[in-house]
Structure formats: C-alpha cells, structure tokens
Design a protein around this ligand. Structure first.
Ligand code: GAR
Length: 204
C-alpha cells in the first residue's frame, strides 16, 4: 500500500518538524515525510531536514515575480511527490488560492493559542499582554482567512503569574510536539472528517 505522504512547511527553528520526524523515525507515526518547504534557506529547520534525510525545497520569495509564481512551483513539487497532506509548522506566510485550491481540505496548521483568540503574529505575546489565565494550542484546517479554518484539536496551557514569553513558549511547544503527531496520525488513518456544516471536525 502507498504510504501516506506529508510535506512540512516551516520558516524557522523547526522544533515541530523535528517532533514529527522523530515520531516517524521511532515508529509512532506511520507516514512518510516527503518534503520540507522553507521560505528562509538559512533557517535551522533546513539543517534538521538534512539530518533527517528529508528532501528540501528552500526558496527566497523575493526571487519570484509573485506569490502565485512560487506557490505554482510548490504545487508542482507536491504533485510530483504525491503528497497527501500539507502540514504548516511555523510557516509564517499566508497561503493563497494557488495552493489552497488544489489541496483544499488537505492543509493543516498549528497555532500557539486557543483559536479564535489571538490569531496572527505573536500569539503568545498577545495572550500574555491580555492577561489570560489559560491559553493553548490549536490545530486546524487551513482556509483563506488568517487562522480561521475548522478546528481539529485543541489543548489548554495554564499561564502562571511569573510566566515570561520564553517560559510560556516552552510550555506551549511541549504540547505542540505531542499534539501535532497525534493529529497527523488521526488524519492519515482516516479518523478525521469535516461535518456537513463545513465547520465542525469529527473524530472517529
Ligand atoms: C510554533 O509555536 C507554531 O505554533 C507557531 O510558530 C512556532 C514554530 O515553532 N506558528 C504560528 O505562530 C503560526 N501563526 P517551530 O519552528 O519550533 O516549530
């Protein structure tokens, strides 16, 4: 049987990429990581992919005429590699219709807050500044909005009075590294579907 193939998109450190690659390597996640897509060739995640033996497409958006131009190239690669699921893991760009349309319902994102609270940039800083007592992690399907797609899974994280951006980020990352492989496993095994309302996500 053809393995379930994922492509991970990332822009920075890549600790989520690493958690996914480790879960695959230790047999906890039965998928193949077929591609890393990175919009910053100097990002640490590129070295992590090299070490894990994962092929990488690292590009500089400025070298393309438009977002459509580089996303067209990405779609070509995803199709060539028969990618089943696109996994955004700290990919700090809005995905446009060029990628969304051919992969509709097959792109997921992880976000460091309990959406719909604190979408967009610096969700951890936003949560601290707002003074919430609980924040968390959300994995959702990607649609055309900013962190607005149907929610697949969420986990809460308590905010302590002495938490800083760094200590809270560490707590959130620990949860992300468990939750993302868990959700990918659910999707790969066909246990996750969208309800008829197009909004609620159902787990078998
Ligand atoms: C993660 O915390 C992820 O939730 C966040 O970027 C971080 C990437 O960390 N994503 C977003 O804020 C998307 N809006 P990593 O590079 O170590 O995986």
């Amino acid at each position: 049987m053809k393995p379930f193939r994922i492509a991970v998109f990332a822009s920075g450190s890549g600790s989520n990429f690493q958690a996914i690659a480790d879960a695959v390597q230790t047999g906890k996640l039965d998928v193949e990581v077929g591609l890393l897509v990175c919009d910053k060739p100097e990002a640490p995640v590129v070295r992590r992919a090299e070490a894990a033996g994962v092929e990488t497409f690292a590009f500089r958006p400025k070298q393309y005429a438009s977002k459509q131009a580089y996303e067209t190239e990405i779609v070509r690669l995803l199709q060539e590699k028969q990618i089943d699921l696109v996994v955004l893991a700290g990919y700090m760009r809005i995905v446009s219709g060029t990628l969304l349309e051919p992969y509709e319902g097959r792109i997921v994102n992880i976000h460091p807050s309990l959406l719909p609270s604190f979408p967009g940039l610096d969700a951890i800083g936003q949560a601290l500044a707002h003074g919430v007592k609980v924040t968390g992690v959300t994995v959702h399907f990607v649609d055309g909005g900013m962190d607005t797609g149907p929610i697949i899974a969420q986990r809460p994280v308590e905010v302590a009075e002495d938490d800083t951006a760094d200590t809270l980020a560490a707590k959130i990352h620990r949860i992300e590294h468990e939750l993302y492989p868990f959700v990918i496993r659910g999707i790969a095994s066909g246990n996750v579907s969208l309800a008829e309302d197009g909004r609620r996500v159902l787990w078998k």
